[in-house]
Design a protein around this ligand. Sequence first.
Ligand code: GLU
Length: 495
Amino acid sequence: MPDTKPVRVRMAPSPTGFFHVGSARTALFNFLLARHSGGTFVLRVEDTDQTRGTAEYEQVIYDALDWLGLFPDEGPKQGGGFGPYRQSERFETYATLAEQLLESGKAYYAFETSEELAQMRADQAANKQAPRYNGAHRDLTAEQIEAFRAEGRKPVLRLRVPEGETRFDDIVYGSITWKNSEIDDFVIAKSDGGPTYNFACAVDDHLMEISHVVRGEDGLSNTPRQLLVYQAFGWAAPIFAHLPFLLGPDRKKLSKRNGSVNLLDFGTRGVLPDAMFNFLSLLGWNPGKGETQEIFTRQELVERFTLEAVNKAGAIFDEERLAWMNAQYLKALPMEEFLNLVRPSLEQYDLSDEAYAHKAVEMTRERLHGLPDIARGDDAAKYYGVANFGNGANYFFSDEYPMDAVGAAKHLTPENMALLEKLTEKLEALNSFDAAAIEGAIRAQSAESGVKVAALVHPTRLVVSGKTVGPSLWELLEVLGRDRVLRRLKTENIQ
Ligand code: GLU
């Protein structure tokens, strides 16, 4: 029978104060699945362990999802028919349901103190046994329970894990089986009455009618316990899909140690949300064998996304690729928007000649990828071609730009400088300082002096821009204009 349950997926972050790019990828895949199938994307804030900063930390989640454009259909702010959407507001529900399991015998009180549990673990370690609750309080009598209470002990509630196996089919990882003997009678309600994570998560996913639990690979070890909770209640379990970790360039799990992990930092450093959306979507998912397209609109991704195409190999969070992808998006932005983005990096310059500034920025932008001093310079990974855009465009606005020392040593030789002097005379004599005329002058000089065109192009570019690479030289000279070009070419002005 076809599964006709409506798709309801959720992102369930804990407010920890920052939003990891791995969480962003998880949120994105949930979002894509929901939009692809006309389903619902739910935000649930898992704040049961929160002791401080909840509101502020929760705001970080909203900021991150807003920035990426992943707007939940239901959540603490949006509301919805399955609330409340903060676990801290659902304690009564958890308590009531835990009580139900107690009454049906599926859960039981356990009174061990933390010292006793520590001792149990130490004994198990000494006997080379896996640490797990030994079930000592599984079958306490009413009198024993009374006696423990009389001592002032506060019990936890543990799930009575049945014998057998717990099996599930993960969409990404395939069939997974756990022996229940490897799972101890875990706590579902703590001694203060609060729920444990696995209990709250299973209860919420059920009550919120979540159809697919799509979460990080780190959730995989929790799944059997959550399934045991479903089983204890007799509930149908959702479909699970665990997403492999994002990896750093060293192929180890991406963390602060081997990369940048804070989603919102990328925004600060000039990554466009659309570029991040596109980039993250291709981490662990691909649009099909043989597909070479890499730039996808949000709509295309929504149309093409399926969970079945997620693969279980860890995906590398490659900042070089992100920088490249971001450059593609930056180049496609309307100029006004792009100018606004790079304006801060040009603030020391006079941009009052708007038409000129526009052309200069456009010309620099075209080479956003591949121009070492812009997209891939020292700070390539850090700035993604926006914050340091001014370094790439500096020579358009000021005669004081740094000279590429290696290029200068190679190209600004005495012979070349003599050639430039001659070229300068030719350029000075041009009636119209346009690209075609400039090209003609350079080619004429090359023929006259019996040197390759490159022998004129490289030194000229260095002198007028300080750089070894850049836009087409003739066009560049036209945009810079006669005055600037001649001023810079007069050898006495060359530093
Ligand atoms: N609150 C959990 C976390 O932040 C969510 C895991 C899940 O999605 O079930 O890791």
